[in-house]
Design a protein around this ligand. Structure first.
Ligand code: 5GP
Ligand code: ZN
Length: 136
């Protein structure tokens, strides 16, 4: 299913051109226009799913397999020193395009990027409480 107003639907299905590094029936992988580092790519499903929670389980499994394959190829061919997978869900988590995508980000020594967070310092009790909340 496609969403007519979604730019990633148009890109994934070839209606808008992109620098494509991989394509099959289900997915297209493209270079990000605002890369964190050389080779930064996005895996897009061709059907529209707003985020991870809308993505069917089988596609979620396939996307990770594809990330492993493309990641290895990129690491080798771009001589990357490391690799980040990033996947944002929801505006407060940094998602700006509401069509599921997985970021593949090759990393290089001294590339000057920082993908991370400010670590908290919860007590053991707080961790225990959080565990209980999640497990239900
Ligand atoms: P998000 O913040 O939603 O996880 O990531 C959206 C990503 O899509 C950003 O890294 C942004 O640079 C990229 N992006 C946004 N619009 C386009 C576009 O039209 N073409 C390509 N190739 N990348 C895009
Ligand atoms: Zn879409």
């Amino acid at each position: 299913m496609r969403d007519e107003n979604c730019i990633f639907c148009k890109i994934a299905n070839g209606e808008i051109p992109s620098k494509t590094i991989y394509e099959d029936e289900e997915f297209r992988a493209i270079l990000d226009l605002g890369p964190a580092a050389k080779g930064h790519a996005l895996i897009l499903p061709k059907d529209h799913f707003a985020n991870l929670f809308e993505l069917p389980e089988e596609k979620a499994a396939s996307v990770m397999k594809l990330a492993k394959k493309l990641g290895a190829q990129m690491k080798e061919n771009l001589k990357a020193d490391g690799f980040n997978l990033v996947q944002n869900n929801g505006e407060c988590a940094g998602q700006t395009v509401f069509h599921f995508h997985l970021h593949l980000i090759p990393r290089y020594e001294n590339d000057g990027q920082k993908i991370g967070w400010k670590p908290g310092a919860p007590s053991q009790e707080e961790l225990e409480e959080t565990c209980k909340q999640i497990v239900g």
